[in-house]
Ligand binder design. Structure first.
Ligand code: 4AD
Length: 491
């Protein structure tokens, strides 16, 4: 008996090994390959093969006739659902809108003009039922964004939000592609840190929930902190990137960032994703702005091309059909450049403008949005801000009043990117930190200026604000899977 079993095993291995080798060459794990092979996205691209297929997904629409039932099944792999045609005898009362199903059937050519293939079912099994009365989302009903936002744990089941998640994923890849193709090295900056990079005090404090742990790790009783110093969730990875460009020249990071800002505004979150880049060997803000402009332009073009259908669907469903043309037009125009001082004089020259502003004050959202509109509905770089408005690390201009900082403002959103040249003089930085009584805490940061300091600069882009700009989404909570804001961190 042993001999035939060994032969059978050898035959099986001989068959499966080449397949696994192809998977490895294509960079798929076997599980991933088998999912991709069976995903609805793949099936919709396949010419009808009159073959047996298995479809697993969620019912997004049902149309019943006396002798046939049409189901739209989606597995989240693409925006289009797969039509399943079933005999009513296959569908029990538990086949409802929202339920999770396994369908076995034949992939055949569809006579419907909207799709090339459909599945003629011969078996339909409900894997997870869904009470359509209790389920917050109703078939054929258009729910408002405010309503959908009330169910962050269930909204991936809506077509609009699952579409947003796929666009978000494509945009993530597009940013990585831009940096990887332009000589930037990705670095993972820490989430736990002892520095408040922006110096605004908007940090979340981190200590173990169990205070016994803190006591246990302390050899002495001088400190009552787990890490022997106050520790926070990072507000920006910039200072750590600055340490790394001391050896790597061009780096970037893309990760979560935390701000204890007491704002429930449409452009603020307590946890958001930031893309930050840092470049050594530049003492010109223009160099930094060129990277910012090229990155926004290239990434936007990549997403618009790679997720064309998805973006179209999302915009149609959020009532922003025209937004695509607006964004595409913006990427073909040169971004404008004005100084902060020019921005203030433009704002002051506008008679009867209700949002008054004086030199020295920060620009508010209303100012930012009005400026981009006034200057031709294009992204606008505002440079050279008063020193008191920007953090301690920003390089002072020769006028001793302003700093080499830049904000990129975009229509509909306002500030999308903040960047600057960094102070690279040890003495200038030391005296600034000493005046603030913080030079001891930043001794490591001062070291960067002590040992082979290079002129450098960089920027940070709020990823959710970018998605708002790309998709014309009014509320930032609608472009992140699980939004966190003051008073709201339920799941
Ligand atoms: O202007 P910010 O505070 O700049 C920095 O943190 C720099 N250290 C970045 C750097 O130079 N490496 O933040 C950068 C961007 C803003 O322009 C904005 O798009 C986004 O981060 N941002 C927020 N997005 C959502 N919610 C918030 N509370 C945000 N605060 C800033």
């Amino acid at each position: 008996m042993a001999a035939p079993m060994t032969k059978l095993w050898k035959t099986w291995v001989a068959t499966i090994n080449p397949l696994l080798r192809i998977c490895r060459q294509k960079g798929y794990s076997y599980r991933c390959y088998s999912f991709a092979k069976q995903s609805i996205a793949r099936m919709l691209e396949t010419s009808p093969i009159q073959d047996n297929v298995k479809v697993k997904g969620w019912v997004r629409a049902i149309r019943g006739h006396r002798d046939v039932i049409f189901l739209h099944v989606s597995d989240g792999s693409c925006v289009k659902p797969l039509q399943v045609v079933a005999d009513p005898s296959l569908c029990g009362s538990d086949v409802t809108y929202g339920c999770c199903v396994l369908v076995e059937g034949c992939l055949i050519e569809s006579s419907h003009p909207g799709q090339t293939v459909e599945v003629a079912a011969h078996r339909l099994q409900v894997l997870g039922s869904c009470d359509p009365v209790e389920f917050p989302f109703k078939a054929r009903k258009k729910h408002s964004a405010d309503y959908i936002r009330m169910y962050p744990h269930l909204r991936p089941r809506t077509n609009t939000f699952s579409s947003l998640l796929r666009i978000r994923s494509q945009a993530t890849s597009a940013f990585h592609k831009y940096f990887q193709e332009n000589g930037f090295c990705q670095v993972h900056t820490p989430i736990l840190t002892s520095s408040d990079c922006e110096g605004a005090g908007e940090v979340f404090h981190v200590e173990p929930a169990n205070s016994h742990l803190t006591q246990a790790v302390q050899e002495d009783s001088e400190s009552n902190h787990f890490f022997k110093c106050p520790t926070y969730l990072n507000v920006s990875g910039q200072l750590h990137l600055e340490a790394i460009i001391g050896g790597l020249t061009r780096v970037y990071t893309f990760g979560p960032t935390f701000r204890a800002e007491n704002s429930r505004g449409r452009h603020h979150l307590c946890e958001f994703y930031m893309i930050e880049a840092e470049l050594a060997f530049t003492d010109s803000l223009e160099d930094i702005m060129q990277v910012m402009e090229e990155m926004v332009r290239t990434t936007t073009q990549t997403v618009m091309a790679s997720a064309q259908e998805e973006v179209q669907y999302y915009l149609q469903n959020t009532g922003a059909e025209k937004h695509r043309e607006t964004v595409e037009a913006m990427t073909t125009k040169q971004f404008k450049r004005i100084t902060y001082t020019e921005a203030i004089s433009i704002l002051k020259s506008k008679k009867n403008f209700q949002f008054k502003v004086e030199w020295g004050a920060d620009l508010q959202k209303e100012h930012e949005r009005w400026l981009t509109q006034h200057l031709g509905d294009v992204p606008v770089f505002v440079t050279d801000f008063p020193a008191q408005l920007k953090p301690f690390y920003t390089k002072l201009n020769t006028d001793n009043k302003t700093v080499a900082a830049v904000d990129l403002l975009v229509p509909g959103v306002g500030e999308l990117i903040g960047g600057s040249l960094r102070e690279d003089s040890y003495d200038a930085l030391h005296s600034r930190l000493e005046a603030a009584g913080e030079h001891d805490m930043y001794d490591w940061y001062l070291d960067l200026r002590k040992y082979g300091s290079a002129p450098h600069g960089g920027f940070g882009l709020g990823f959710e604000r970018y998605l708002q700009y790309l998709l014309g989404t009014g509320n930032i909570r609608d472009v992140i899977p699980f939004p966190r804001s003051p008073g709201s961190c339920k799941l």
